[in-house]
Structures are given as C-alpha cells and as structure tokens.
Design a protein around this ligand. Sequence first.
Ligand code: HEM
Length: 176
Amino acid sequence: QSELDNHVGNQRRVQESDHRHLEYHKAIGKETLRLYPPGPLSLPHKSMEDCTFSGRSVRKGTWLIVNMSKIQYDPRVWSDPDEFRPDRFLATHKDIELRAQDFELIPFGSGRRMCPGVNFALRVMHLTLATLLHGFDFVRPGCKPVDMTEGIGLIVPRATPLDVLLSPRLPPHLYG
Ligand code: HEM
C-alpha cells in the first residue's frame, strides 16, 4: 500500500501502466507464485529421445512430470523456504524472472510447452491485486491469521474460504 500510495497517490485509481514502477508489488507476485503455485506439477511430457538426466537414464517415450513446487521450496536455493518473504526478490534473488530460464522459479513451466497464458495471467493478477490493495484496507474478522492450508484439486484451491472485511481508503468518487 505504501508503494502504491507513493507512485499512484490517492487521486486516481491504479492502472496497468503503473506496474513497471511497482517493484515491491512485482516481488509479492513472484513470492506468491513461488510458495503457492496454482499448479504444483507440470503437465505430463514425453521424452522424445533417450537421454541422461542427473545421472539417470531416461528412455525415449518415458512420461515425465516436473514437481515444480518442490523445486520452488528447495532450501539450497531459498533461505527460509517456507516463509513468505517478497523482499528476497529485491535482494538475494533480484535477477530471477518468471518468464526466463531461471529454473529455480517455474510456476508457468518452461520451454516450448510452458504456459501460453503467462502474460495474460500476470497482467490480470498484478492489476487485480494492485486495485484491491490500493482501494481497500483489509482486516480479518477476529484478527485471526490467514489459513493457507491447501485443498485438493487439479488447480490447488484453498481448504477454507478467505474471509476479509474491506474498507475503502480512496476518495468516494473513485469507486463510481
Ligand atoms: C497464474 C496463472 C497460471 C499459472 C501459474 C499457469 C501455469 C501453467 C503450467 C505450470 C502449465 C504446464 C506447463 C508445462 O507442463 O510445462 C500450463 C499450461 C497451460 N496453460 Fe497455464 N497457467 C496460468 C494461467 C493460464 C491462463 C490465464 C491461460 C489461458 C488464457 C493458460 C493456458 C494454458 C494452456 C493452454 C496450457 C497448455 C500448454 C501446452 O501444453 O502446450 N494458463 N499453465
């Protein structure tokens, strides 16, 4: 909210074009997709030829599934891997990009079968989050911590609904 207040102010709503100035906001997006990838496993891929991977031989035609979530919690790469710490993407991991060949963070997969919706997904995710954070203060009923337990599904759902109370923080005419 501080970053949004600094760059956008409180006399207009946040726009998609503001995104390039919102470094902490981008870091929140990366850390969220690191800890809570909507699809923790890749789609199945089939090896097109015999190859060796990490010392193991993989025969042509083998079905392969990448456990992306496991990679994104690897303690050799991420200190305090279970902690939600967006600031790591402003310091120790500042060069890691979501669409690049940074295999430590691949919530959209990688290579020619990576998610074709990546640009659309990131734009919608960032603008939605920025609009909510800029426009509202969030309070949990009873001030209870958020339960991040995962449910079961093809795309990981929350186990319990997220209840929050929103209160507007911008001038009334911006909510028209
Ligand atoms: C945060 C949102 C999203 C995440 C994290 C995500 C993640 C993924 C992942 C991990 C894969 C499998 C990649 C692989 O196996 O190598 C995938 C495939 C795919 N995604 Fe997404 N996705 C998201 C949003 C979207 C959106 C918005 C669309 C469409 C508008 C989309 C369309 C697809 C399609 C069509 C495939 C299959 C690609 C293929 O097999 O060639 N995704 N996505």
